[in-house]
Design a protein around this ligand. Structure first.
Ligand code: ATP
Length: 238
């Protein structure tokens, strides 16, 4: 089987600072692959590079059989790679409905778009109830839902989620994690970056631990969840 996403020896730098120092991993269709690691490990930098916002200084990225090196960010979305960024980046003055519509900016199938907006409201009923309100009035967790709903509006082959549980209450976090599991069940392939290693590893088919720009450990989500070093470093056990 060829992987949907293949990352080989990827290197990314901010000037002289090497943030990602040659990492390799794959994401197969239908899987949830998770990157975990402490602050500054290079997880966000990796996602931003995959979506074309940063240019790598080395290595290759192949998505759906195509090399991404020379593809500009806006074209990458049209290839089927969507990114729900850290800190959410919704448009606070636009309504919830308008924010969702923006996620479909490359599509012209009006009926399909309407259907997917409805699907987002089914997935997150609170968004449907408040569809005409400015998105800035939503709580942090609700804004996270909107960011995920918006990323899904491009009908991506691969959905990249950066820290979807950041700043959320435990209840809201459970809801987001349950939604990620639901998305997988409906066939969405997901690359998930999370600081909350317990929740993320429980969902992941494959997972990689990053430390200062490198992948230091890889395995199935369950393997890493039961790995002693991971438990000590990321799950708060002595
Ligand atoms: P976090 O969870 O805190 O976002 P992360 O694993 O996503 O951590 P990155 O944000 O990718 O890590 O950061 C990797 C390294 O690159 C860090 O050392 C960080 O300080 C550095 N870095 C990130 N953004 C920039 C930037 N715009 N300019 C310079 N250095 C940066």
């Amino acid at each position: 089987m060829t992987a949907l996403l293949e990352v080989k020896d990827l290197k990314v730098a901010y000037g002289k600072i090497e943030a990602v120092k040659g990492i390799s991993f794959e994401v197969n269709e239908g899987e949830i692959v998770c990157l975990v690691g402490t602050n500054g490990a290079g997880k966000t930098t990796t996602l931003r590079t995959l979506s074309g916002l940063l240019k790598p200084v080395g290595g290759t990225v192949t998505f759906d059989g195509k090399p991404l090196a020379q593809v500009p960010a806006h074209k990458i979305v049209s290839l089927g790679l969507a990114h729900s960024p850290e800190g959410r980046h919704i448009f606070p003055r636009l309504t919830i409905a308008e924010n969702l519509q923006l996620g479909a900016f490359l599509r012209t199938d009006k009926e399909g778009i309407e259907k997917d907006v409805e699907r987002a409201y089914e997935m997150f009923p609170i968004l449907g109830e408040r569809r005409k309100q400015a998105a800035g009035t939503l709580s942090g967790g609700e804004q996270q839902m909107l960011a995920m709903g918006r990323a899904l509006m491009s009908r991506p082959k691969l959905l990249m989620l950066d820290e979807p549980s950041m700043g959320l209450s435990p209840l809201m976090m459970q809801k987001i994690m349950a939604t990620i599991a639901e998305l997988k069940a409906t066939g969405t392939t997901i690359l998930l970056v999370e600081q909350n290693a317990q929740a993320a590893l429980s969902l992941a088919d494959q997972a990689h631990v990053m430390e200062i720009g490198k992948i230091v450990l890889s395995g199935s989500g369950q393997e890493l969840l039961h790995n002693e070093d991971v438990r000590k470093a990321y799950l708060g056990e002595d």
